[in-house]
Design a protein around this ligand. Structure first.
Ligand code: PAN
Ligand code: ZN
Length: 186
């Protein structure tokens, strides 16, 4: 069997907006796509009725989903909240658990929440210039705690895949809420 070699390529990443050109896929997640993720489901349904705003977008340059490849993408997580809980991503484990990921903060601010199936727990604040390492086996979710979009770039192994089901069933072991003067992490 002959493997067709890939051609090198360069992409243009706009740090402030997270615009990645070219990209081959764009995922848009609205409040209605995050049913079950936020504690206040009545507040969520009210937002869905009131226009179902976009919570985040992911721009990705797809390469073959196989060992040896690296996938590059940006996430633009908008500012907002459902009840007193800040807008956040669905969160996932990688389907192939032994795969890591690197996040690079580009603009805005937020938190990266992490947990393991054995009850491990971690949270790190992120802003422009933060390089966060997600080790293999750690589920990860980001939260926008600022008034501007929270934008970050990510690189992860081609074979990783995404397992959303485990988080949908068990939930995440941390939440970030709007406090009187600062975000409250619990
Ligand atoms: C990121 C995430 C992205 C959206 O690219 O996929 O921020 O979050 P969800 O996938 O949890 O909806 C990543 O971690 N990729 O592996
Ligand atoms: Zn990931």
């Amino acid at each position: 069997m002959t493997v067709k070699p890939m051609v090198p390529f360069a992409l243009v990443l706009e740090f402030r907006s997270g615009k990645l050109e070219p990209h081959t896929s764009r995922i848009v997640r609205r409040v209605s796509d995050l049913r079950g993720a936020f504690a206040d489901s009545a507040a969520l349904e009210a937002l869905v009725k009131d226009g179902d705003p976009v919570v985040y977008e992911v721009l990705q340059y797809d390469v073959p989903e196989e060992t040896g490849q690296l996938i590059c993408c940006t996430t633009v997580l908008h500012s907002g909240s459902v009840g007193d809980e800040y807008f956040m991503t669905k969160g996932h484990y990688h389907a192939v658990r032994d795969t890591a990921e690197v996040y690079l903060g580009l603009s805005g601010q937020g938190y990266l929440l992490l947990m393991t199936e054995e009850g491990g727990i971690s949270a790190m604040p992120m802003s422009a210039g933060t390089v966060a390492y997600v080790p293999p086996r750690w589920a990860h979710r980001t939260v926008n705690t600022g008034e501007e979009p929270f934008v970050f770039f990510a690189v992860y192994p081609g074979q990783a895949g995404h397992d959303y089901g485990a988080i949908q069933e068990s939930g995440f072991n941390q939440r970030v809420r709007r406090g009187t003067d600062a975000p409250v992490l619990r």
